[in-house]
Design a protein around this ligand. Structure first.
Ligand code: DUC
Ligand code: ZN
Ligand code: ZN
Length: 459
């Protein structure tokens, strides 16, 4: 068979195995995996000494999202170019329903934005439910049928804050039709009470953002969500889990049989409250909700990842420039747009600090960044190296040594929270559906290449 691309001699990694093999690609698919492929091919990539792993699925991004008076500053074009350079081959973006908009309209609006701006890799959407009428609930079966099976709600953020009544209806309809509810879990009353206290005391620096979002607020919301999920005999996915307390509640619920899953993000493994104390307002760079916490929380989350209580790593990529949008909160942390960049750096951080330092194996990394996101969110053609899957592949150099710096990255933002961090390993080639889209840290793809992926949950 004449092939389009062969990746030769690499160490192929799946969630369960690592083996030396050649991979044959025809069109957008993996068509052959063998000890040796000697078919003719348009192009051959020699991956000797490199890992050949599935492309990362970042199941939590906010591209061009209107939020706190600005838009997150990576649009679909810049964000997906950066993603490709970082070894990411699919994103599932959060798309919040605007006032008066149906969920169907929200999905179509965001798809149009993506195709108008340009999108370099495949994408899908989790619509955020913010309009509470029964008509919104009634839209859900049709969306699930048409490939949009996961829905986001927030327990915080003013008008976006979900009522228990809506949540119960969402748990019910997603259970009946094969969907999933994703939740940002923090207790808003605790946060508002502390905001008021710090306002009265005049302590409005970035550190007080972290102090106004204590781990108890996460724990309370997580426990409530567990109770509601149990009561409805449904299932639920908690996004960006940040605390040991929240994780303890989830672990307990999982061992009791509750179908509750959670993701965490690199920022909760690598950053801490100390970052908020950086001088010259630099703490604003880390203002996100929930905030990074303490060493013991980081350690608990690593253990949770290792042993499967935390199912996925995603980034919550929601960048704002330090020298621009973040300055809106110079005098009041509540006006600092919440969010940080991460779409390009997650694989490099997780490899360097996770695999190279022995906290997780390379197979664990593939499970939490590729295979589990594909399974949980219903991307059946993605997430593993197997015949018939989309040829979404990263050739990863495990030995590269370099220093993280915004100058070397492609995200459309003026900082990375990980500036100066020594890094081991680097993506050498990123292949999206059979086509090389990034090589040696540079984008070589096409921003018309990304397609909208219809998803179906089969569990
Ligand atoms: N948290 C953030 O920090 N940014 C975007 C939305 C969110 O929940
Ligand atoms: Zn959130
Ligand atoms: Zn988010």
């Amino acid at each position: 068979m004449r092939l389009d691309l062969v990746v030769k001699n690499g160490k192929v990694v799946t969630e369960s195995d690592t083996f030396t093999a050649d991979i044959g690609i025809k069109g957008k698919k993996i068509v052959k995996i063998a000890q040796e492929i000697d078919d003719d091919a348009e192009e051959t990539i020699d991956a000797k000494g490199k890992y050949v792993m599935p492309g990362v699925i970042d199941a939590h991004t906010h591209l061009h999202m209107p939020f706190m008076g600005s838009h997150s500053v990576d649009n679909y074009k810049t964000g997906t170019i950066a993603a490709a350079c970082g070894g990411v081959t699919s994103v599932i973006d959060y798309d919040v329903q605007q006032e008066g908009e149906t969920l169907h309209e929200a999905v179509e609006r965001k798809k149009k934005t993506a195709f108008d701006q340009g999108v370099a890799i495949d994408f899908s959407l989790h619509p955020g439910v913010t309009q509470w009428g029964q008509e919104t609930i009634d839209e859900i079966p049709d969306l699930i049928k048409n490939g949009v099976p996961s829905f986001k709600v927030f327990t915080v953020y003013g008008a976006w804050q979900v009522k228990n009544e809506t949540l119960l209806k969402l748990l019910d309809v997603t259970k009946r039709y094969g969907g999933l509810v994703n939740v940002h879990a923090e207790n808003d009353d605790i946060i508002q009470m502390l905001n008021k206290k710090f306002e009265e005391e005049g302590t409005l620096d970035p550190l007080h953002h972290a102090l106004s979002h204590p781990p108890e607020a996460e724990k309370e919301a997580v426990e409530r969500l567990i109770n509601l999920t149990n009561y409805m005999d449904s299932r639920l996915y908690i996004v960006h889990l940040s605390s040991k307390m929240g994780l303890e509640a989830i672990k307990h619920a999982q061992t009791q049989g509750t179908n509750i899953m959670c993701e965490t993000c690199p920022q909760y493994l690598f950053l801490s409250t100390d970052n908020f104390k950086e001088p010259n307002f630099e703490g604003a760079k880390y203002v996100m909700s929930p905030p990074p916490r303490e060493k013991e929380d980081q350690e608990a989350l690593w253990t949770g990842l290792k042993f499967g209580f935390v199912k996925t790593i995603a980034t919550d990529h929601c960048p704002f420039n330090f020298n621009k949008e973040k300055q809106n909160g110079k005098d009041d942390y509540k006006k600092i747009p919440n969010g940080a960049p991460g779409i390009e750096t997650s694989l490099m951080l997780m490899y360097s600090e996770g695999v190279a330092k022995g906290r997780i194996t390379i197979n664990d990394l593939v499970r939490i960044m590729c295979t589990n996101p594909a399974k949980i969110f219903g991307m059946q053609d993605k997430g593993s190296i197997a015949i018939g899957k989309d040829a979404d592949i990263v050739v990863y150099d495990p030995d590269a040594k370099w220093t993280m710096s915004i100058d070397k990255l492609h995200m459309n933002v003026d900082y990375t929270p990980y500036e100066g961090m020594p890094i081991t390993g680097k993506p050498e080639v990123t292949i999206s559906k059979g086509r090389v889209v990034a090589r040696d840290g540079e984008f070589v793809g096409d921003t018309k290449w990304g397609e909208f992926v219809k998803r179906h949950l089969d569990y």
